[in-house]
Design a protein around this ligand. Sequence first.
Ligand SMILES: NC(=O)C1=CN([C@@H]2O[C@H](COP(=O)(O)OP(=O)(O)OC[C@H]3O[C@@H](n4cnc5c(N)ncnc54)[C@H](OP(=O)(O)O)[C@@H]3O)[C@@H](O)[C@H]2O)C=CC1
Ligand SMILES: O=C(O)C1=N[C@H](C(=O)O)C[C@H](O)C1
Length: 242
Amino acid sequence: MTRIGIIGSKGRMGGALQQAIADAGHDYAGGADQGDDVSALAAKADVLVDFSAPAALQANLDAAIAAGVPVAIGTTGLDDTHHTAIDKAAQQIAVLQTGNTSHGVTLLAHLVEQAASRLGDDWDIEIVEMHHRMKVDAPSGTALLLGEAAAKGRGIDLAANSERGRDGQTGARGQGAIGFASLRGGTVAGDHSVTFAGNEERLTLTHNAENRMIFARGAVKAAEWLVGRAAGRYTMPQVLDL
Ligand SMILES: NC(=O)C1=CN([C@@H]2O[C@H](COP(=O)(O)OP(=O)(O)OC[C@H]3O[C@@H](n4cnc5c(N)ncnc54)[C@H](OP(=O)(O)O)[C@@H]3O)[C@@H](O)[C@H]2O)C=CC1
Ligand SMILES: O=C(O)C1=N[C@H](C(=O)O)C[C@H](O)C1
């Protein structure tokens, strides 16, 4: 039995996680939200799971390091500064960061990388995501994760080849570019599709999240897996052995 602490416990994912922790027979060590002392939570947990906000990341990593506990980070909207902070923390504790903890998306990323590596850059890659009306960041962390997988398959740098937020006289798309489009509305838990648009044919790989419990169950698996791990930065394919 593992004592799992949740950062962002009062949010949508925080609620789903509490359910998943109970379903898996683990102990809920408690939660930390805006204004709470994460250190106090870290001191009584075997592992922390963070589904809060980018602004909370550094304090969460500091608390996990001070307590010597691993942390699984599901928060999205992270920039390069956040990723540098995660790399630094991973020198002292075990850290897993992912834009999507679900089994299906973890496999999808692998398939996207494979397809991108086999199809030449005359197959244009477009990533479309749709989420509920309350989501605050775009593109989604998952869309970016899938973009990274496609870029890896192509052997290119994502940041240098992304086309985001097209509007107005954009000109033709760049050869080899990876495009992103974000839709927001209703209660959609998370839909992602990656289209490879070739000459007179298209291939689309799609994942539809029907309930955010899929993310919560994946996060609990990640938390279980992290306990007792050496310091380092880990990924969902390692957790799920995919
Ligand atoms: N990796 C994955 O598989 C998934 C990732 N996510 C990501 O997880 C994050 C949370 O999503 P969701 O639960 O829907 O969002 P919510 O807004 O419902 O919940 C976020 C929670 O974090 C709290 N919070 C905000 N700032 C801080 C802070 N500085 N310190 C501690 N707690 C804080 C919020 O409190 P308050 O309301 O008071 O601000 C709220 O309780 C998002 O980034 C989302 O994209 C979501 C689903 C799956
Ligand atoms: O905010 C959400 O809800 C989700 N966020 C993650 C993302 O940004 O990709 C994962 C999932 O799609 C739900």
